[in-house]
Design a protein around this ligand. Structure first.
Ligand code: EPZ
Length: 420
């Protein structure tokens, strides 16, 4: 298993960039199941999760290939509608094939994803919605077995906002008979992007309200070509790298429209953020020597994203005062706290609340990554800490960040990958 050795090296300065969005690419790749023929997706990040999704789609029967950051998916029109445990257990987002398989092929056998480090991660709402659309659903041997002569439109409200739940149902509804109304739908940019691609494929989908989708099912969809947008969470992570080191950084393809709540909190922490007009835009952040403390609550989009919570925890561990974070989306998303405390942070967790007493300096230490965003927070803390931090189990980081060490090195960071 690889590790990263990160040495504090002063303020980061210069220009860097974010790769294509992992959480937009995964449902887009699954959408290729909905149409016979060949889909092309550009700006797809080279990540472990993407490779797993391509492997799953091949297992189902698609010819899936990836060259650099371009994916070509040929769907011959038949399918082995199954997502086996050995694939699903490595990537929960495999559940995104459930809706398309059921809608296109009338049946699906998908392993239950199981939990992960940050929570139980149930899919009960996905299944409830598909049942409302007429699917027969049974659970046995750790698998969901679903069938439907043809899904029918339904008026469904999500009790809890679910990103992949919304994505699964909007894909299923695209080929259902009749009208589906999805209430309390997730509004994340990755959902919006999937809707754009589905409409290119011929789906009839409209946002009736900011959190309500209406889908009129069609008889068939045709393949599309689509370029994936930049990863807003990676862009946010790179901005925090500038903020935690007191630097001055331009993230070339960061989109302000996708990062409103994050930008607000970075400004509250004392950073100046401006939209770059020249060379293709992006966001420039100029940071104070030390961040100001603040209160932070994670919410569904457009609120502050849970996927940026761990990164802000690292930033606030350096603030000149006490901060408070409330994690309202996942029940166990504080695995990074113990590791940050090993680096000298003073953080106390009680339930979903964390109280962070800012310290003037962190110190390098050997630490262990536990999940994707926790590993990012350890890298960020290490960029500011005195001395060298060795982060083990960076396969967690590689699930969601394409060559992060190279993007940080562009800014003067000292990050070395130790092959294990
Ligand atoms: C997506 O996960 C993202 N993953 C996550 O990103 C992200 O943290 C999460 O949305 C929240 O924004 C992908 O898009 C591939 P949810 P998802 O369904 O869809 C509960 C990362 O770091 N819930 O929106 O699985 C659930 O337990 C990853 O890139 C149910 O109870 O999240 C959670 O508390 C981590 N029943 C809340 O809803 C369900 O059927 C939100 O989960 C579904 C969800």
């Amino acid at each position: 298993m690889d590790a990263l050795a990160v040495s504090g090296n002063g303020p980061l300065r210069g220009q860097t960039f974010a790769s294509g969005s992992k959480n937009a690419a995964l449902p887009l790749l699954a959408s290729a199941l909905l149409a016979k023929g060949t889909c092309h997706f550009e700006n797809v990040p080279q990540l472990a999760d993407i490779r797993t999704m391509l492997k799953l789609l091949r297992h189902i029967g698609l010819e899936a290939s990836m060259e650099q950051n371009s994916c070509t998916l040929h769907n011959p029109g038949m399918a082995n509608p199954e997502a086996p445990y050995e694939l699903v257990k490595t990537m929960r987002a495999s559940v995104l094939v459930l809706g398309p398989l059921l809608a296109k092929y009338g049946k699906a056998k998908v392993s239950l994803p199981g939990g992960c480090a940050i929570g139980a991660r149930p899919i009960d709402l996905h299944l409830k919605a598909l049942s409302a659309m007429g699917a027969d659903i049974s659970l046995s041997g750790g698998y969901v077995e679903a069938s439907a002569q043809r899904l029918r439109g339904a008026d469904f409200r999500f009790d809890t906002i679910s990103v992949t739940g919304t994505e699964n149902i909007v894909m299923a509804a695209s080929l259902a008979k009749g009208i589906t109304r999805i209430r309390n739908a997730a509004q994340e940019p990755e959902v919006t992007e999937l809707v754009v691609a589905l409409k290119k494929m011929g789906a009839k989908i409209e946002w009736e309200k900011p959190n309500e989708l209406v889908v009129e099912g069609v008889e068939e969809l045709t393949p599309c070509r689509h370029a994936v947008c930049a990863d807003r969470i990676e862009a946010g992570t790179l901005l925090v790298a500038a903020a935690i080191t007191g630097g001055d950084v331009l993230v070339q393809n960061a989109q302000a429209a996708h990062l409103g709540a994050v930008i607000d909190k970075l400004k509250e922490a004392g950073c100046e953020i401006s939209e770059a007009q020249e060379n293709g835009g992006g966001l420039r952040l100029v940071a104070p020597p030390r961040p100001r403390p603040l209160q932070l609550q994670t919410q569904e989009y457009p609120g502050f994203p849970t996927d940026m919570q761990a990164q802000f925890m690292a930033l606030l561990s350096m603030a000149d005062g006490d901060s408070e974070i409330s994690e309202n989306i996942f029940e166990n998303r504080y695995m990074h706290v113990a590791e940050l405390c090993r680096m000298g942070a003073h953080i106390h967790v009680s339930g979903t609340h964390a109280l962070i007493h800012g310290v003037p300096q962190l110190s390098g230490a050997p630490v262990m990554a536990t999940d994707l965003r926790a590993s990012a927070s350890l890298v960020l803390a290490a960029l500011r800490a005195e001395g060298t931090t060795t982060i083990s189990r960076v396969y967690h980081l590689d699930r969601g960040y394409e060559r992060l060490e190279e993007k940080l090195a562009l800014l003067g960071a000292k990050v070395e990958r130790i092959r294990g």
